[in-house]
Design a protein around this ligand. Structure first.
Ligand SMILES: [Zn+2]
Ligand SMILES: [Zn+2]
Length: 235
């Protein structure tokens, strides 16, 4: 019911104030215009089966020397150009209207729709409580809730908690990104995770450290499997 009311209100607002693209300012289109969507570099089915990096190889060179706590990760598009700008607008300029078209890109590029039938629960990567207060929302949750609504998946926004405020991964050199997130996630209620096949959702994957650390907490709580899916991937 809440969703229907939200959709009606959004529709009425769009009539009064027609939307404009929040990336290129084209008026009268959606919050992300067709031209901007078209310019996004979508990652096709040819990618590393472990971390989702576009490569012809089954395993990319990084994954040949690294272990992750998740089974596999995949991403919708390359973190560059329009997609990078759209994520920046969503996250740092509170343009939450972008979550709708961005989640739609995630739905359309979901690598294996059959996988949806093998997921028990979808968990967005949490942000620290203080960051949540400061920003007012968690971008991963905004994306995951819409993704779940479209694919009729079960969302759990309180399964994982981030117990420490960390530095932004993007500000750190690669070697410090592993230690920056070590032990920062805790499972709220292990009984709700035990025996479940989990899909983690985040906005961007860079080294995979954050997703791996979250997956470690979930498998520690008894999750049967943990896969990850992000809107974008740094390459
Ligand atoms: Zn545009
Ligand atoms: Zn890889």
């Amino acid at each position: 019911m809440q969703n229907i009311i939200h959709d009606i209100c959004t529709g009425l607002l769009d009539l009064i104030y027609p939307p404009f693209c929040l990336v290129c300012n084209t008026a009268g289109e959606d919050y992300l215009c067709a031209k901007c969507i078209e310019s996004i570099d979508i990652i096709g089915p040819v990618h590393c089966h472990t971390c989702g990096m576009p490569t012809e190889k089954f395993k990319c060179s990084d994954c040949q020397v690294r272990e992750y706590s998740f089974e596999s990760a995949a991403s919708a598009g390359v973190f560059d150009g329009t997609l990078r700008e759209a994520i920046h607008q969503l996250k740092y300029n509170s343009r939450t209207a972008l979550a709708d078209p961005l989640a739609e890109i995630m739905v359309r590029s979901f690598p294996d729709t059959r996988l949806a039938g093998r997921i028990d629960i979808v968990v967005p990567i949490p942000i620290h409580r203080s960051r949540h207060l400061e920003r007012g929302f968690n971008q991963a949750e905004e994306l995951a809730s819409r993704f779940c609504r479209r694919l009729r998946l079960t969302l759990s926004t309180n399964a994982l908690v981030k117990t420490k405020k960390t530095q932004h991964q993007v500000d750190l050199p690669q070697d410090l990104r592993y230690t920056n997130v070590q032990g920062v996630f805790r499972v709220n209620n292990p009984a709700s995770i035990a025996g479940k096949r989990v899909l983690l959702i985040d906005d961007v994957i860079t080294t995979g450290s954050t997703l791996s650390e979250a997956a470690k907490a979930l498998t520690g709580a008894g999750a049967t499997s943990v896969c990850a899916y992000t809107l974008a991937r740094s390459i």
